[in-house]
Design a protein around this ligand. Structure first.
Ligand SMILES: Nc1c(NC[C@H](O)[C@H](O)[C@H](O)CO)[nH]c(=O)[nH]c1=O
Ligand SMILES: CC(=O)[C@@H](O)COP(=O)(O)O
Length: 190
């Protein structure tokens, strides 16, 4: 399904885990900052709407999307966060530089997800023109920052539940609930 068939800002709070205790890092590229600021606002507002206290959201800026890789790496290495969102906007120019930046960022963020324990959410627009970026950062197609924030909450929850399940040697149901009645989460809440 292409973005044009889905509004990026739509989410059902009933399907989103409790995020009030999670801490989020957001690394924002300064290239195309009118777009990346819109993406950041979408992400920040969605996190707060899902009960994440503003003081649990850390923002760092980097020069361009290629620097999102290093920024996210240092963020997760040095800050106590449950997920990182990287925000960028890459727009096709006259040369092949677009291809290399997009591929490099994609592979770099993928590598962080493979090599570290903290989920890193890919909120990088890779558009043919500015209008496409406008449409996806609060325009007619919604806001990819909002989508990224919801993904960050869901992935932070999976990380949390998986670590609990592992600690208690319990299987984790696809719903995220633990297998048995006296599950660690029940024990944890007692
Ligand atoms: N053209 C765009 C860039 N280019 C800059 C690179 O991301 C990088 O900062 C530079 O190559 C130095 O390492 N970045 C974007 O985020 N968006 C663009 O459209
Ligand atoms: C993605 C880019 O780096 C690109 O926008 C730069 O523009 P150009 O390819 O015309 O140098």
């Amino acid at each position: 399904m292409a973005t044009e068939n889905k509004n990026l800002s739509e989410y059902d709070k009933n399907t989103i885990p409790n995020a009030k205790d999670f801490r989020f890092g957001i690394v924002v590229s300064e290239w195309n900052d009118t777009i990346t600021e819109g993406l950041y606002n979408g992400a920040f507002d969605a996190l707060v709407d899902c009960d994440v206290p503003a003081q649990q959201i850390i923002r760092w800026n980097v020069p361009g999307s290629f620097e999102l890789i290093y920024g996210a790496k240092k963020m997760l290495q040095t800050q106590n966060v449950d997920a990182v969102i990287v925000i960028g906007c890459v727009i096709q120019g006259e040369t092949k530089h677009f291809d290399f930046v997009c591929e490099g960022v994609t592979q770099g963020i993928k590598d962080l997800n493979v090599q570290t324990d903290i989920p890193v959410i890919f909120c990088v627009l890779t558009d043919n023109n500015m209008q496409q970026s406008i449409d996806r950062s609060g325009g007619v197609h919604g806001n990819k920052g909002t989508e990224a924030a919801i993904a960050a909450i869901k992935m932070a929850y999976i990380r949390q539940q998986a670590s609990i399940a592992h600690a208690y040697n319990q299987p984790l149901l696809t719903s995220g609930a633990l297998q048995i009645e006296d599950s660690p989460r029940k024990i944890e809440n007692e």
